[in-house]
Design a protein around this ligand. Structure first.
Ligand SMILES: Cc1cc2nc3c(=O)[nH]c(=O)nc-3n(C[C@H](O)[C@H](O)[C@H](O)COP(=O)(O)OP(=O)(O)OC[C@H]3O[C@@H](n4cnc5c(N)ncnc54)[C@H](O)[C@@H]3O)c2cc1C
Length: 410
């Protein structure tokens, strides 16, 4: 690229804005185009966890070293997590350092998306919202997920309960995955993730809410809105093709195991920008730095898909045993499952065959993607009385203006 050529980026989400900031700071002319009305509009008040276990470096230190400002948005750091086993036993996973940070996605000023938007604008990038731009006109493709491999959705509510994060491994309420409760400064989120495609997905959220209400009698939940969206998990043959850089979820860069895609999105945006500036080989660098982690997460996912609640119970027990053996540091377990080892290397050919299917992307690249798995027989169950009441309660809130930020195709 010549120095005065405009770098066009498709998507003003985390990956696109991270790239825009680095490029604009280096003096490049940058235009970002987003189909929605604002950055973060895709999420509208969803709490998400920014993980701190796939690298030994603290992610905020990495951001600072890249020239991104982690103080530009609100975050709450956590060193522990209530781990809810499938048989409802609750244990606490602890860490000696920051294990993760909770950020809010959305269009309010304190949201991470808005922090990244401000960074890009201050660096000199221009952002065009409600802008339809063809991918061919863009150098960086950062438009988020396209297809659906899994969905997550939740309810945001007011509560007087103190700040808290709980993570539940439960194959009934969250088929193949997990549900969670996050409470930050008087606002709560109960969310369930479906890694198997269901006919009436709302059923899972209603029943999950009923479960948490029962387990946390002091929750005093006042529902506000429902949020959620899809995840796209794939491994393309290349992350750079026809002069275009594929970053974030548009590049399939997602954590197959739990769906913690934000760190990959920001990191890949920065890597694409640095490649444009220095001429380094983006595809080779992604394959060296991020792909091994993604492959590990895919193998972990292949195992999780199969184990059901008995396996989840074993996993939760193993995690706690590992924590006890390691001086009470539960984060080591998370770090360990993302570390390459002989077993997962041996399992990779099975993961590739069992979990992933051949795909051809609309831009002509080929790859392997994780299809949304079919429902299993055990996913059909009768909703509880309280689950049904919550469903009715939500219908009323919805008819008096309660918003839903997504449809299952989003
Ligand atoms: C419900 C839910 C919960 C999640 N929880 C977590 C979590 O706890 N931790 C975590 O790390 N990750 C989580 N993720 C994943 C995380 O949100 C994504 O991996 C991350 O946002 C990907 O960043 P991105 O830049 O690729 O896409 P995004 O941040 O989604 O940005 C993509 C942007 O592209 C725009 N766009 C879409 N189509 C077009 C188009 N045709 N033209 C122009 N612009 C377009 C969109 O409007 C959007 O602004 C969650 C995802 C969901 C759905």
């Amino acid at each position: 690229m010549t120095d005065d050529e405009v770098v066009r980026i498709r998507g003003a989400g985390l990956s696109g804005l991270a790239a825009a900031t680095i490029l604009a700071k280096a003096g490049k002319k940058v235009e970002v185009h987003d189909i929605r009305g604002d950055s973060g509009a895709r999420f509208d008040g969803d709490f998400q966890g920014l993980e701190n276990w796939t690298s030994s470096n603290d992610f905020f230190d990495e951001m600072r070293a890249w020239g991104l400002d982690p103080e530009a948005f609100k975050s709450n750091e956590f060193q522990e997590l209530s781990l809810i086993h499938p048989d409802n036993i609750v244990t606490v996973a602890k860490s000696h350092k920051i294990a993760y940070r909770i950020v809010e996605r959305g269009t309010d000023e304190h949201c991470i998306d808005q922090g990244f938007k401000r960074m890009a604008l201050e660096a000199g990038a221009t952002i065009h919202y409600k802008s339809k731009i063809s991918p061919e006109e863009c150098t960086i493709i950062a438009a988020g997920p396209k297809d659906t491999s899994a969905i997550a959705f939740g309810e945001v509510f007011k509560t007087s309960y103190p700040n808290h994060v709980a993570f539940q491994l439960n194959d009934k309420l969250a088929p193949g995955a997990y549900s969670y409760l996050i409470i930050i400064d008087g606002v709560g989120l109960i969310c369930t993730c479906l890694w198997r495609k269901q006919k009436n997905s709302n059923r899972y959220l209603n029943e999950t809410i009923a479960w948490y209400e029962n387990a946390y009698p002091e929750l005093d939940r006042e529902p506000i809105k429902r949020v959620g969206g899809k995840g796209d998990f794939s491994i393309p043959s290349t992350y750079f093709s026809n002069g275009q850089y594929f970053v974030g979820e548009a590049g399939g860069l997602q954590d197959f195991m739990w769906g913690f895609g934000m760190r990959y999105a920001i990191t890949s945006g920065v890597m694409a920008a640095n490649s444009i500036l220095s001429g380094s080989d983006y595809d080779a660098e992604i394959k060296k730095k991020l792909l091994p982690l993604i492959k590990l997460s895919a193998t972990n996912r292949m195992l999780l898909d199969r184990i059901g609640d008995r396996g989840f119970k074993w996993l939760a027990n193993y995690w706690m045993k590992h924590q006890r053996k390691n001086g009470g540091n539960g984060l080591l377990f998370m770090e360990q499952i993302y570390r390459p080892g002989i077993i997962r290397r041996v399992l990779w050919p099975f993961t590739n065959r069992i979990l992933l299917k051949k795909t051809k992307y609309s831009d002509g690249r080929k790859g392997r993607r994780m299809p949304f798995r079919k429902a299993l027989k055990r996913d059909k169950w009768e909703m509880s009385k309280r689950g049904k009441e919550i469903s009715e309660e939500w219908k009323e809130i919805r008819s008096s203006g309660g918003k839903v930020s997504f449809s299952e195709s989003d």
